[in-house]
Design a protein around this ligand. Structure first.
Ligand SMILES: [Cu+2]
Length: 132
């Protein structure tokens, strides 16, 4: 037969266990939230620190809209927007086809010149690759 002290002690113990488990769950949640935000911010940093051969597609725009590269450079577009876009040469010389969110497209420019492109889905989205 348990006395009142034992029951109270058991209740206290159970409360501690519950609090610890809740604390652990919160910690795991926070930890994964930090991981997710870190991976997001690092990829955003990569885009904003735009080593000059990278173009981010976001908010229905190419960013930067105009980039200058040396001949032989591979330019990579990454769709960071929440909708599908294309990277399509105005002169029709290349076309990415549909680039869904999170995907990308790369093309190497070997000949100097100014290459205008657009998104076929949103013709107001335009960009230029200047190859020196
Ligand atoms: Cu588009």
């Amino acid at each position: 037969m348990k006395n009142i002290t034992q029951i109270l002690e058991e209740n206290r113990y159970m409360t501690i266990i519950k609090n610890k488990m809740a604390g652990a769950a919160v910690l795991i949640f926070l930890f994964s939230a930090v991981l997710i935000s870190c991976s997001k911010s690092s990829s955003n940093n990569n885009n904003s620190s735009a080593s000059s051969n990278k173009v981010s597609i976001a908010n229905m725009a190419f960013s930067p809209a105009s980039i200058t590269v040396t001949a032989g450079t591979m330019v990579t577009w990454t769709n960071n927007d929440n909708m599908t876009h294309t990277v399509t040469a105005d002169d029709g010389s290349y076309d990415s086809g549909n680039i869904v969110t999170g995907n990308g497209f790369s093309k190497t420019f070997t000949v100097a010149g100014t290459y205008a492109y657009h998104c076929t889905i949103h013709p107001s989205m335009t960009g230029t690759v200047i190859v020196k």
